[in-house]
Design a protein around this ligand. Sequence first.
Ligand code: GDP
Ligand code: GDP
Ligand code: MG
Length: 336
Amino acid sequence: MGFFDKFKEKISTVVQDTSSALGFDRLKDGLDKTRKSFANKLQAVLGIGRKIDDELIDEIEEILITSDIGVTASEMIIESLRQRVKQEGFENSEDIFGILQEEIHKILVRSPSAGNDAAYSIDEDNKPHTILVIGVNGVGKTTTIGKLAHNYKAAGREVLIGAADTFRAAANEQLEVWAGRAGVQIIQQKMGSDPAAVAYDTLKSAIAHKKDVVIIDTAGRLHNKSNLMAELAKISRVMKKQKDSAPDDVLLVLDATTGQNAVQQAKEFMKVANITGLVLTKLDGTAKGGVVIPIAAELKIPVRYIGVGEKINDLQVFDPTTFTAALFGVNDGAGE
Ligand code: GDP
Ligand code: GDP
Ligand code: MG
């Protein structure tokens, strides 16, 4: 087996981890609270053999909206539901459970979030692959970077992390701990240094040492939008001095526990940064996991990864089929 084949095999192993039995169980466990609040609410309305009428459909719409699925996505789902009830002649309320699952799956599969299969592959002719990670304070940027570094490394990649959150004293130490866990190197300067200078140094070092992937951590101050915009623009501009296409990816990290606020945050950041992908963290331990649906359906940017815990292997590639299956509590993501 040649090097490239070996490499491809490694990638698919990592990517398959998401949909492997273990990865799926982890996701399903992580979505426990969301499923209980959502699927069980539905079950309470649908499981008692009610006639399908306008009143029932209104109740379902309310459940969707109060499950953080958002008004627009909920309306899309309800519209399809009404049509299908009319056309396909369902009479039993229990059938609706399956229809909702199919419609949510359909929305996610048609969204830009479908097609994450190549999540840990990079353009061989454009190395190092550079990733800038942004988002407000506390959403999980640094944690996600540790997990990402771990996954890239598992895919056979050499990773270098840049500590461009120079705002907080503890930021360097926290990132160091994560780099240590992932077994990758980190470039840092003292607190208060210019974040762009750290990004510049990191990329320079990565090019000199022929690294495959560069991940830049940033501070998450959003209280002054024009400052943030200026800082992110400066980081990008300085990175471009080393590599034309840098940053190749700009990942916006969002905290799922904030529900609809996460949608709002994404819209704000989209105005100031050229975001290429979203990461939704903390899906474990929140009942607001339904927020993945409007984020994937409405924002026109793919949800690339989801965080389902605080450990290094708790970052999964977002997959519409696996997610829907876990949300509805069916046994695996296959066969749809
Ligand atoms: P940053 O300020 O954006 O860099 O956020 P951090 O990476 O420091 O994370 C803030 C907190 O969120 C930490 O306590 C993390 O352990 C926690 N966190 C991050 N991702 C997840 C996740 O997927 N699940 C859970 N439960 N906690 C997470
Ligand atoms: P400013 O000079 O602070 O307004 O911002 P620049 O866009 O010039 O660069 C920000 C930081 O990136 C600088 O302080 C340097 O640390 C680093 N940098 C940018 N361009 C270069 C360069 O051509 N060579 C070196 N060594 N560092 C650079
Ligand atoms: Mg951080």
